[in-house]
Write a protein that binds this ligand. Structure first.
Ligand code: 6GU
Length: 222
């Protein structure tokens, strides 16, 4: 898969691309992630990418031209263009599975007080990562990229995401490691038993119980 991210703050991605699973996925060629500075597409001599909004009001508005030029430059017949905005479709794990099947994603990070409305016409979809406002789409683009890349076949141990929280609208079951007794808090007996059927039953029950307590809204969707 290839992912191209359009941003006016390319340095925000440095840590994200150079650590842990994302770093390894890039090294092992499961994904090619390219960060593009929108400023590089500005035709203005001061590399301007934003301006005052018509009609007044506070804040600067991202201009359409550099972003249109960037998308035109990067787009292929396989591309899906995603616009990051708090007004987008609320992001869910099911969407991560859908996007992980794509060949090429182009992600546009909105910023400042807003972006010119005509930029919307470039996008195949608009995505929000939740009901709160960030200073820009950069963190949101990293959130969705992370959730997609870990689902690409081979990136994490095969099938290890099958029990992830939110699959089948259930939260994950609790897990434990050594020591068996930590400050009087003990690992549940069944997990030490080696009895696989009982362990599976315990995990299913805990998953349900936890979802009922913490996210009853998810159970209603099952
Ligand atoms: Cl995608 N962008 C911004 N700026 N804020 C957000 C968001 C996106 N999703 C939730 N809040």
């Amino acid at each position: 898969m290839r992912i191209d991210i359009l941003t006016i703050f390319p340095n925000m991605f440095n840590g994200f691309l150079t650590e842990s699973i994302i770093k390894r996925a890039i090294q092992d060629k499961y994904v090619d992630i390219q960060i593009h500075d929108i400023r590089a597409y500005s035709k203005d001599k001061h590399k301007k990418v934003d301006d005052y909004g018509f009609g007044g009001g506070k804040g600067m508005v991202l201009m359409p031209e550099p972003i249109f030029d960037a998308v035109e430059d990067i787009k292929t017949k396989d591309s899906k263009v995603i616009l990051m905005t708090p007004q987008g479709e609320p992001y869910k794990q099911a969407k991560a599975y859908d996007l992980a099947k794509e060949k090429h994603l182009i992600i546009i990070c909105g910023h400042y007080e807003g972006f010119d409305e005509r930029i919307r016409s470039l996008a195949d979809m608009e995505i929000s990562i939740g009901d709160y406002v960030l200073t820009g789409g950069e963190l949101a683009s990293m959130v969705i990229t992370d959730s997609i890349v870990r689902l690409i076949d081979g990136v994490i141990e095969k099938d290890s995401h099958l029990n992830d929280s939110f699959n089948n609208n259930l939260l994950d079951y609790p897990v434990y490691t050594k020591p068996v007794d930590f400050k009087g808090m003990k690992v549940p007996e069944v997990l030490l038993s080696g009895h696989h059927a009982n362990i599976e039953k315990f995990r299913k029950e805990e998953s349900l119980k936890r979802t009922k307590e913490r996210r009853p809204d998810l159970l209603e969707k099952r």
